[in-house]
Design a protein around this ligand. Structure first.
Ligand code: 0L1
Ligand code: MG
Length: 249
């Protein structure tokens, strides 16, 4: 790998490990989207070298509002490792400036080699949440910056899996300490979260990665991401899918 790109991966990996935000990479150097994905991959390789394993992917910029905000017309993705899976607690001291958002998640139960395989490969659907934590100062980035930073992925949690069903337009809520702080419809996710799954399969094919049985695909958020303070109880829910909960310390 280009040593220049590898040094970017080192900066982002250290930022996450040290919980210290860094300036945007693009403040100091040019970075295009393909190179940014190389940096992302090198960040993940560092995690895998520490014993983590890949367990899925997360889709980003899946709402029209976020695409317009970033001036892009396509989704991005990041990779999920087992160390990112949150069971019931998250320690905000392990993170820089975390945010949380409600997600629809798909469980893959057979290999997905092309986008045509995606829909039939879904073995389960759940409501979940994603904890975002940009490694950049001020949670501020350009498109290549955020791609390099693994699409701000930090953690995620899941509610119970349900048999595949239509989740094209289900109401979703994000509550903190019993107060609704955001609400929306799964239709905010590319019009139907299933489209995000197909997009994940397209990006996977382009990257030469096969989506594996057992992998989780976080399709995207139905609402804006909300800052995640310590000492709170968060609940996300989606009509017909139940809920997922997390407590922060
Ligand atoms: O998961 C997402 O849609 C977010 C992608 C990265 C941008 C951000 O951190 O808001
Ligand atoms: Mg997300």
């Amino acid at each position: 790998m280009n040593p220049h790109l590898d040094s970017f991966a080192e900066i982002l990996d250290k930022a996450a490990l040290n919980r210290r935000a860094v300036p945007r990479l693009t403040d100091a150097a040019a970075l295009d989207v393909p190179s940014a994905y190389e940096v992302q991959r090198a960040v993940i390789e560092r995690r895998l070298a520490r014993g983590e394993s890949l367990i899925g992917v997360k889709m980003g910029f899946t709402s029209r509002a976020k695409m317009v905000q970033m001036g892009v017309d396509d989704v991005i993705w990041g990779l999920l490792t087992d160390a990112m899976l949150i069971e019931s607690h998250v320690d905000t001291a392990d993170l820089i400036h975390p945010r949380i958002e409600p997600e629809i998640a798909f469980l893959i139960d057979r290999p997905v080699r092309t986008p045509a395989d995606a829909v039939d490969a879904v073995g389960g659907i759940a409501v979940g949440y994603e904890v975002l934590d940009s490694r950049y100062e001020g949670f501020s980035f350009t498109l290549p910056d955020v791609i390099a930073d693994n699409a701000s992925a930090a953690g995620f949690g899941l509610g119970p899996w349900h048999r595949p069903r239509d989740v094209g337009n289900v109401g979703m809520l994000l509550e903190i300490d019993g107060r609704t702080v955001a609400s929306g419809s799964s239709a905010a996710i590319l019009g139907d979260p299933m489209r995000s799954l197909v997009a994940a399969a397209r990006l996977a094919e382009a990257a030469g990665i096969e989506l594996q049985p057992g992998w989780v695909i976080l399709a995207g958020a139905a609402t804006a991401a909300i800052p995640l303070p310590a000492g709170t109880h968060v609940r996300v829910s989606a009509a017909g899918l139940g809920r997922a909960e997390v407590t922060t310390r």
